[in-house]
Ligand binder design. Structure first.
Ligand SMILES: C[S@@+](CC[C@H](N)C(=O)[O-])C[C@H]1O[C@@H](n2cnc3c(N)ncnc32)[C@H](O)[C@@H]1O
Length: 674
């Protein structure tokens, strides 16, 4: 076999490298080669000939000859579909190479290669953050991102709260408890890595929008850079938690939508699915006073990205459409809602087989057909509103038939045509159809593909969500308040419904007042919520306690939820160390308190290695003369930022005084044998 044939055959083993027509996606392979993609290199190594050709052996170590593979793929005789010098692609080009291919066009910003801890813990704080450079400050970053010790772990259920005894786990050993975690969200994501890598099906976040007035108050000079660094650090960590078929949805507004899209394109390569516009306010109130200067802002965005093996939405949330055409419909007298769901599920399965036909036919066999107009006469309701209500309520058992020539061919090819009124069959492509059997092999224009009314009397929201109410009752949802940025439960209901099955896990690491967790709880999905800001009486824990006690707001009354209470969750915090001092310094109201904290810091905190305690004491009078703000700044500067939280590796270190209870919860979480 020629080398290029061997290469093509080997690369085609990876479905992502093959087009729907079965051709090799050479440009994808080239892009992967440029990025030293592990899957691609693995495939090459699996073949003896390719291993010999595209790797150099240097002192027993194989080094990938990237440029040779790229050159080889770009050769004219290999690119047999490249009959013009301008490859089959539109794009900007320098010296014959596309900019994207040259890896020369990316979004860059100051501090992109840095890690920003982002330790704000209440909305009023404003702090200048340290940027740790990824290359130069490797040790600091490793320490910063090391998993943390847990504290204050409690289990909440309808009997109240109790100190956590043990996490619940499934047969694979993975935690099955819902988790609410208090602590810096970057460090939380890294703390979750061991337990939940590749386990989360859906991430929704509603981060600070960087409006200039919101709670993102780190750095005025490099505001956008700070925000992008903050987002990137967290998104890169969050991606590791997603399953290979997972989704991430990020809500934002005009301030950062364009920059965020480019950042996401870089992190979730080829993952872009939608940029949904969501109507988030009404054309009323103060904003209309400024209508002359610019169009008032009513919408926000939800950027949706998928992981490579994403297979499509589980279900699509629908909302009512008012017009109703009841002509030519058939009423399926004795079909139940559950049976209709089973039929649709069978129909939606990607690969259908004889067993699916047997299962579908079993349901269809018992179905009794009657024309809808006859049924309406039978039930004797005449008022138009009542008829409409009845039609909506019964739409799951109303069908229409439509012509389908492909189905005609399929049915004609069956050995025997099933005799019941409605039957099902599988096409060659593996699609399950339902059809009406008042049909014979001679019928020229058969009309028999079944269309269920409830799939058609509702609108698909598509990528423009204007049907969700964002005013009025939203502020009371969950019985907690969040003046700025609380999201309607309906948004989360829609996302969780469309992206997850009952066994999937949902994560929100900007939990705020807990909307995501509350909806996931009511929808019986496992969830993890993380929050670092202190929301006091409007905390997500308070909201979830309300949910357990039968909260009736938000999506509780939805037909498929019908929430009456129950369930449980586990709460814990990441154990703070120097962070604790920082928070106390920041909230100190007078110099006396600051001085008291300094006395304690001398005994208990970790100071930077170059701080000379004796010198600090010698200059204490000068310190006292500083303004309150200057004193605070000075003390925070003295603290070692590597010791903000207690690292797992310090669990048994006496200096950090980890209690027996904290040790127990931490060891159980990380499954550390004592
Ligand atoms: C608008 S709230 C999210 C509200 C939430 N979706 C809800 O419905 O309640 C924004 C989130 O970003 C987080 N956040 C804001 N500023 C932050 C900062 N400087 N550092 C870390 N997180 C921040 C807040 O803690 C909050 O979780």
């Amino acid at each position: 076999m020629l080398l290029y044939q061997t290469l093509e055959k080997q690369l085609k083993k990876e479905p992502n490298f093959v087009t729907d027509n079965g051709e090799l996606k050479k440009w994808v392979v080239i892009y992967k080669a440029q990025n030293y993609d592990a899957e691609l290199i693995g495939l090459l190594l699996d073949d003896k000939e390719l291993k010999a050709k595209f790797f150099l052996n240097i002192k027993g170590v194989l080094v990938f000859n990237q440029s040779l593979l790229i050159q080889f793929l770009e050769q004219k005789n290999y690119l047999n579909d490249s009959y013009t010098a301008y490859k089959n692609k539109v794009g900007l080009n320098i010296d014959g190479k596309y900019l994207k291919q040259r890896n020369e066009v990316t979004l860059v910003w100051p501090f992109k290669d840095c890690v920003l801890e982002g330790g704000q813990s209440n909305e009023e704080d404003k702090r200048e953050e340290i940027f740790f450079n990824e290359t130069l400050a490797q040790d600091e970053i490793t320490q910063l991102l090391e998993p943390k010790v847990l504290t204050n772990a409690k289990r909440f259920n309808d009997k109240g709260e109790k100190t956590l005894v043990k996490f619940n786990r499934n047969s694979e050993g993975r935690i099955t408890d819902n988790l609410i975690i208090k602590g810096n969200n970057l460090l939380t994501l890294h703390t979750l890595k061991d337990e939940f890598a590749n386990q989360i099906k859906l991430i929704y976040i509603d981060p600070p929008y960087n409006t200039g007035n919101d709670s993102f108050k780190y750095n005025d000079t490099f505001n956008r850079s700070t925000w992008l660094t903050f987002m990137r650090n967290r998104l890169v960590a969050a991606k590791e938690l997603l399953t290979n078929d997972g989704l991430i949805c990020i809500q934002c507004d005009d301030n950062e939508n364009a920059y965020l899209k480019i950042l996401l394109d870089e992190i979730f390569e080829n993952g872009f699915l939608n940029n949904v516009a969501v109507k988030m306010s009404e054309a009323s109130g103060v904003k209309m006073n400024h209508a002359k200067s610019r169009f008032p802002k009513l919408k926000e965005y939800i950027l949706i990205y998928k992981m490579p093996a994403f297979k499509g939405f589980v279900a699509v949330d629908k909302y009512e459409q008012k017009e109703w055409d009841s002509e030519n419909n058939i009423f399926l007298e004795n079909l139940t809602k559950e049976e209709r769901e089973q039929l649709i599920e069978l129909e939606a399965k990607e690969v259908n087989d004889d067993q699916d036909v047997i299962s579908a036919n079993k349901i269809l066999k018992k179905v009794k057909k009657i024309s809808l107009s006859k049924k309406l006469k039978e039930i004797e309701i005449e008022n138009e509103d009542e008829i409409n209500n009845w039609l909506f309520e019964n739409s799951y058992r109303i069908i229409k038939t439509a012509g389908s020539s492909s189905l005609a061919t399929l049915v004609k090819s069956l050995d025997s045509i099933p005799t019941q009124d409605i039957a099902s069959a599988v096409s060659k492509k593996g699609i399950l159809f339902f059809y009406i059997t008042d049909f014979n092999r001679e019928t020229k224009q058969p009309r028999f593909q079944v269309i269920f009314a409830d799939s058609n009397i509702y609108k698909n929201p598509c990528d423009f969500w204007q049907d969700i109410k964002t005013t009025g009752a939203i502020s009371d949802e969950g019985n907690v308040k969040l003046s700025n940025g609380k999201k309607p439960e309906k948004i989360l209901y829609r996302l969780i419904k469309m992206a997850t099955h009952a066994s999937d896990i949902v994560l929100d690491y900007h939990l705020g007042s807990g909307t995501t967790a509350a909806v996931a709880h009511k929808m019986k999905r496992q969830y993890i919520g993380a929050e670092q800001l202190d929301y006091g009486e409007n905390d997500s824990v308070i909201r979830l306690k309300n949910v357990i006690n039968g909260d009736s707001t938000g999506c509780s009354s939805y037909e498929d939820i019908n929430w009456t209470g129950g369930g449980e969750f586990v709460y814990f915090e990441l154990k703070k160390f120097n962070q604790h001092f920082i928070e106390r310094i920041e909230s100190a109201k007078d110099k006396k308190t600051v001085l008291g904290i300094w006395e304690e810091m001398k005994l208990k905190s970790f100071l930077n290695y170059n701080v000379d305690l004796q010198k600090q004491e010698e200059h204490i009078e000068e310190f006292k003369a500083l303004s309150l703000a200057e004193q605070k700044e000075h003390l925070i500067e003295l603290l070692d930022k590597n010791q903000l939280y207690v690292n797992l590796s310090s669990l048994n270190d006496k200096d950090f005084a980890v209690s027996a209870e904290e040790k127990k919860a931490t060891q159980d979480f990380y499954q550390i044998k004592k």
